[in-house]
Design a protein around this ligand. Structure first.
Ligand SMILES: Nc1ncnc2c1ncn2[C@@H]1O[C@H](COP(=O)(O)OS(=O)(=O)O)[C@@H](OP(=O)(O)O)[C@H]1O
Length: 409
């Protein structure tokens, strides 16, 4: 009874938070650019945006086929990398090298810009293991040893070479900055660059404070708590991880000194924003979020998450995460292809590549239907004029924004 009583009050609280935005007559914001940075828990966030877009019939910008599932990374983003069937978009979330000016050409003025950073030590360790057999700066290192790389990085790192962006100041590069600023210019440059980023991005999430960051995001976008439910994605097997010593952490920070400045800066601003929201309120919502996640796992998978397996062992190919080489083991969730699980439960654990393909397929069908209908309507009115392309989805696009995109949360 006690348990059920507790359960009931949790549920009431989640419902209250779920419908509070409707009661206060706010509209969920739906024009969003999420800059998907590397090895920062960004696939987990992207999955939240993909599901939100599908539930609300929004258009997600997806890359043209030659760009693969990313916007032709590491080239700087161009509107030409966006598949015409996914134009004009509400949400942009695939990997890219950021260009604000180019994004402004496809996104409306009320777009919210969000990104995520991770502590440079943990992030670099993850990058080093993930791209060990992929990026030449890492491939050259004897025995793939992180220790050896950090001992003399310039012996292995060639700044102009393909894929060098995975080996130094990757966050800075993803954000469109200069990863190879000379050491003596770094302090001034990094400070200026952090200010530029702060000017554009309404929220910079921090992977180490993932749930707290999501609570800020839900408030910024006037979303419900249920909109930010997630299951962790794209993890490595514990065997593929190495523990870093204090000395190694310091070397990583020194090597990635611009990223380190960015991380410290936005970690401070995250906590300032959390304090503005009220730490007690944040803690309460984090608790509710975790409880709602347990409920979702119960409803979706019968009580516990599907078994975590290495990519090679996952039988359902829709759920097999991309694995860059045999030297690193990425894990995902395995669910039989029996069709028994609901679509929303499957999508919750679907890796980036498969979900991107699915979305492209459904959006192509929508585009064709809209295009076809628009053309018929238009031709009936003006038989001699040109065909019309579909417009951006206006289903939940707000005209009465409660907060402006650059307002603090
Ligand atoms: N919710 C949450 N909180 C904290 N950390 C998380 C979360 N979700 C994923 N992860 C960790 O993020 C790493 C994968 O990052 P990405 O998805 O950005 O990688 S990728 O660049 O898209 O390949 C990967 O880190 P490593 O395991 O250290 O490689 C994941 O374990």
């Amino acid at each position: 009874l006690l348990h059920q009583g507790g359960h009931l009050s949790w549920t009431m609280e989640v419902l209250r938070l779920t419908y509070s935005s409707i009661n206060s007559q706010t509209v969920k914001h739906s024009n969003i650019v999420f800059l998907k940075t590397h090895k920062t828990a960004s696939s987990t966030v992207q999955n939240i945006f993909f599901r939100f877009a599908e539930r609300n019939n929004l258009t997600v910008a997806l890359p043209v086929t030659p760009c693969d599932h990313q916007f032709c990374y590491p080239r700087i983003f161009s509107k030409h990398f966006v598949h015409p069937y996914t134009m004009p978009p509400n949400i942009v979330t695939s990997h890219m090298r950021f260009s604000h000016s180019e994004l402004k050409r496809i996104m409306p003025n009320n777009t919210f810009y969000i990104t995520i950073l991770r502590e440079p030590g943990a992030m670099f360790e993850s990058l080093f293991s993930y791209y060990n057999q992929y990026c030449d700066s890492f491939k050259r290192v004897p025995n793939g040893s992180l220790e050896a790389f950090l001992e003399k990085p310039w012996a292995y790192y060639h700044p102009e070479e393909k894929d060098s962006m995975y080996a130094r100041n990757t966050l800075t590069f993803d954000l469109g900055g200069d990863k190879d600023k000379p050491y003596k210019e770094v302090p001034t440059y990094a400070k200026r660059f952090a200010a530029e980023v702060e000017n554009v991005f309404s929220l910079v999430m921090i992977a180490e404070h993932f749930d707290e960051s999501l609570i800020l995001m839900r408030h910024l976008l006037s979303w419900d708590l249920e909109d930010v439910l997630y299951i962790k994605q794209n993890m490595r097997m514990p065997l593929s991880r190495s523990n870093l010593s204090e000395a190694q952490l310091n070397k990583i920070r020194e090597w990635n000194s611009i990223d380190a400045v960015l991380y410290d800066h936005f970690n401070v601003s995250l906590w300032r924003q959390l304090k503005e929201l009220g730490l007690a309120c944040v803690a309460r919502e984090v608790k509710l979020l975790r409880h709602a996640q347990e409920e979702m796992v119960r409803g979706c998978y019968g009580g516990r998450l599907p078994p975590l397996r290495s990519a090679a062992e996952i039988t359902n190919k829709d759920l097999r995460p991309w694995q860059p080489s045999s030297k690193v083991t990425i894990v995902g969730y395995d669910l039989p292809e029996s069709g028994m699980s609901q679509d929303k439960c499957l999508k919750m654990i679907m890796p980036e590549v498969q979900y991107t393909k699915r979305l492209l397929h459904t959006q192509m069908l929508h585009y064709r239907n809209k295009y076809f209908l628009n053309t018929i309507k238009h031709n009936t009115k003006n038989p001699s004029s040109q065909q019309q392309h579909p417009s951006r989805s206006i289903l939940v696009r707000s005209t009465t924004l409660r907060k402006s995109p650059r307002a603090s949360v």
